[in-house]
Design a protein around this ligand. Structure first.
Ligand SMILES: Nc1nc2c(ncn2[C@@H]2O[C@H](COP(=O)(O)OP(=O)(O)O)[C@@H](O)[C@H]2O)c(=O)[nH]1
Ligand SMILES: [Mg+2]
Length: 450
């Protein structure tokens, strides 16, 4: 923590600009080894300068430097940000020159970790930074930004406050039993119920939040030539997959994202999905399709309206029976030969008739996709990730235990202990009492800084 770290902070492609960051006590001193400012360096003021290679004795680029003085920076430490022309070679040379001047290359997530340790943000906010960067839709961006602004943190903190007051009241009763009881049992019952409802409301946002942020993974399933690739293209409104009349020609998997009512759907077009593989390639294709089906959140099951159901359809129906499905009846522009009875053999799932080739009824399909696969929970501007959810569930079980104990008329002490345990679970969410190992583990999964 007391060393100075350096890392590129933009993806290292070629473009107009790239940025590198330093954080730690020696940031400015190290930066000034290779950055020659033209003008006075002042906190939070951009200064133009040239980049000097102090090993080779030459200038290699020009750029803008901003110096932040502790604690007024992202990490809470002294920081320097340097923007250069957008060639990664320049950035790597800056990193190299920084390291040679005494900096250390940052670990993934380390800037945000420092911000957390220095009290710049609590754990849900730090996690929101990562979630914001990873969000798969604009709705996901706005959602994670409201989390970054304290959406979840505030709710957890106020809940913690309320429970803390309860615990303290109970404990006062224990210590001074002869004094006027300030806390009626009736009140306690009500307070616990309210707290429980708040926690349940947060847990209920998990699924929705995950869908908005990460998207819903769908796989196109259907025998060769039903129109999977045609539908894939129709949904994307571009010719991404190869459409041919030779069955089983799409050999690769393609994944693309479409947004329906703010929810990203990640759709995979499967190749060589032939339940009766004719060669090694098709066998391998089938194996990989099976893997994809297992990992998917749902299945878009394609059928050909112009032909009756056959064994291949039935085999695929069996393969996907454990998943949420939407049956997409394609080629509705052709003469229908698929009967209701055929459909009933396939099992559970809503259906919709479309023509991928004619781009017909796609809006209805999208509406059905949204109905079938997206979580029914309303969007509340707050969400919980899986880590936070686990602790909320822990908190909930202790609250329920406190409620049950209350009915049994046990001593205040035991109830207070359950409330204390609930509070500890909430503090884990905020990162107040998490061990260094746990914290490092959370931050090292961050992609930022990689
Ligand atoms: N008439 C008609 N033909 C379609 C429709 N959708 C796809 N096709 C045709 O069916 C054939 C196979 O389509 P493709 O998308 O490659 O099927 P895949 O093997 O499931 O990927 C192509 O000739 C498509 O033009 C449709 O809605 N109506
Ligand atoms: Mg195909």
């Amino acid at each position: 923590m007391d060393d100075t770290i350096v890392a590129p902070s933009t993806p290292l492609g070629r473009g107009a600009l790239l940025m590198v960051r330093l954080s730690g006590e020696d940031s400015l001193q190290i930066a000034l080894r290779f950055f020659r400012p033209r003008g006075k360096v002042q906190p939070r003021k951009a200064v133009y300068g040239k980049l000097y290679d102090y090993e080779e004795g030459l200038f290699f680029d020009e750029g803008i430097m901003v110096y932040y003085k502790a604690p007024g920076s992202y990490t809470g430490e002294d920081m320097v940000e340097i923007t250069t022309h957008g060639n990664p070679i320049i950035i790597w040379r800056i990193v190299e020159l920084s390291v040679k001047a005494g900096a250390r290359q940052a670990e993934p997530g380390e800037f945000t970790y420092r911000a957390f340790l220095n009290g710049k943000m609590d754990l849900p906010r730090a996690e929101a930074v990562e979630e914001l960067v990873e969000a798969q839709s604009y709705r996901g961006v706005t959602l994670s930004f409201s989390q970054l602004e304290g959406g979840l943190s505030r709710r957890i903190a106020s809940l913690r406050e309320e429970l803390l007051n309860l615990a303290i009241l109970l404990e006062t009763e224990i210590e001074f039993p002869e004094e006027e009881v300030s806390l009626e049992r009736q009140e306690l019952v009500l307070s616990l119920k309210k707290a429980k409802e708040k926690i349940e409301a947060l847990i209920s946002q998990f699924e929705k939040g995950k869908q908005v942020l990460e998207g819903i993974k769908l796989v196109l399933v259907g025998k060769p030539n039903v129109g999977k690739s045609s539908l894939f293209n129709a949904l994307l409104e571009e010719e991404r997959a190869i459409v041919t009349e030779i069955p089983g020609t799409t050999r690769d998997f393609l994944r693309e994202r479409i947004i329906i009512k703010g929810i990203p759907f990640l759709i995979t077009d499967t190749a060589g999905m032939n339940p009766k593989p004719r060669d090694e390639i098709e066998k391998e294709g089938m194996k990989r399709a099976q893997q994809l089906i297992e990992e998917a959140d749902g299945i878009l099951f394609l059928l050909d309206l112009s032909s009756p159901i056959d064994e291949s359809d039935l085999a695929l129906a069996k393969l996907t029976s454990g998943k949420k499905r939407l049956f997409v009846l394609n080629k509705k522009d052709l003469k229908h030969k698929l009967s209701e009875k055929d459909l009933s053999q396939l099992g559970e799932g809503a259906f919709v008739k479309i023509s991928a080739r004619k781009r017909d009824n796609l809006e209805a399909l999208k509406e059905k996709m949204w109905e079938t696969f997206s979580s029914a929970a309303p969007m509340e501007g707050v969400y919980v990730n899986s880590r936070q959810k686990a602790f909320l569930e822990g908190a909930l079980s202790h609250l329920k235990r406190a409620e049950a104990l209350l009915k049994e008329n046990v001593s205040e002490e035991i109830i207070a202990e359950e409330i204390r345990e609930t509070i500890r679970q909430l503090e884990e969410i905020l990162g107040k009492i998490s061990s260094e190992e746990v914290l490092r583990n959370i931050f090292s999964r961050f992609c930022i800084g990689k």
